[in-house]
Design a binder for this molecule. Sequence first.
Ligand code: ARG
Length: 435
Amino acid sequence: MRMFDILKNGRWRLCAAAFTAGVFLAPAAYADTVIVTADHMVDTLNGTVTDNPVVTITDGRIVSVSSGAAPETGDDIRRVDLPGMTILPGLIDMHVHLTGLAEIGGYRMFQYTDAFWTVAGVANARATVEAGFTTVRNLGSSDYADVALKQGIERALVPGPRIVPATYAIGVTGGHCDNNFLPPSYDAKSEALAEGKAALRARVREHRKYGAEVIKICATGGVFSKGTTVGEQQMSVDEIRDVVEIAHMLGMKVAAHAHGNEGIKAAIRGGVDTIEHASYLDDEAIRMAKEAGVAFSMDIYNTEYTLAEGEKNGVLEESLAKERQVGGIQRESFRKAVAAGATVVFGSDAAIFPHGHNARQLPVMVRFGMTPVQALQAATSKAARALGREGDVGAIAAGRYGDIIAVEGDPTRDVGILTNVRFVMKGGEVVKDAR
Ligand code: ARG
């Protein structure tokens, strides 16, 4: 429609008139300020605990952080006092699938219609934010359901975390991110398959067009896909490079699912930003990641859940066997990577276990070599850096969103208390108060 046509159209003329009137009639907007106080605060940027924090948040963003007595406030300023509690920045999970359900595994998925998974996503988004995870990277979903969820959450239709959506995971025919569950006559396949230069590049652009903010690729086989082995490399270095070149050009990071050692190295050579799972790490892979500034996002909690509940949930015996094979090895790789000083961020792959249980991974990270403070940083400041979002999430610091959670006790001594988050604020708004 040309401008002339718009102005000719009555509806548009009306809008234009209302807009013009609004300029003169709208009252001046007042800032919304909330002050949060508590007994202690975990400063994830410095790895320290401070006493009597006073955090001032205006219009959803933190404007100042100080300590001492809280100032007297008038009626125009909201106050949230959390006596006896320790506050931390909202947690970040670098790897979730909000539209997946651990309880429905293997072939049981086919009993549900396509849009069911979006409905599940609404419930999962709430469970996630109420567990204290105020930012998540959704590394793969169908039907652009993660973009829809993000839009619904941003419009305050449903509660949920800030979402960095990948839309569909990009993979190859028969690979981990394809659908290999049905015989050829059903012609079942992922809608985001791409092979060869042109197709891969086009796929990245298409994802971007429909709302992706990060690109997920499947560089090796996996545990929950049918007919793949965790060790097999599934994309060539050249293919990975094509994805990365276009994604980076468009300002998106690339997350590579990779268990096997060769696939991990290919992904690092190809220029990806994070390696998901990272199960088979030799010293060279760790060195390469450190040199390239690549972060490992290792889902080392879900082994327990899958081995205990997987069979009951309908998970294929093939997948259970692969979990038995890879779980212990991945944890030893985690220990090696942490000891070598590699960047390891918090990524849980929630959907393999129930959403909202994400923090159960923190004690496992400590069991396999992190200090409690390192584990907390992996889920806050370090994750924010790996997301490229240091400006707005991952710390209680001026400029960032007012995403604050509270627990009872000292999480720098026992990260397990984060499985019992009592209070959650997102962008200065209280999401949960269970004190
Ligand atoms: N989505 C991953 C896959 O199917 C989950 C792996 C879970 N197991 C593990 N030990 N991390 O490969």
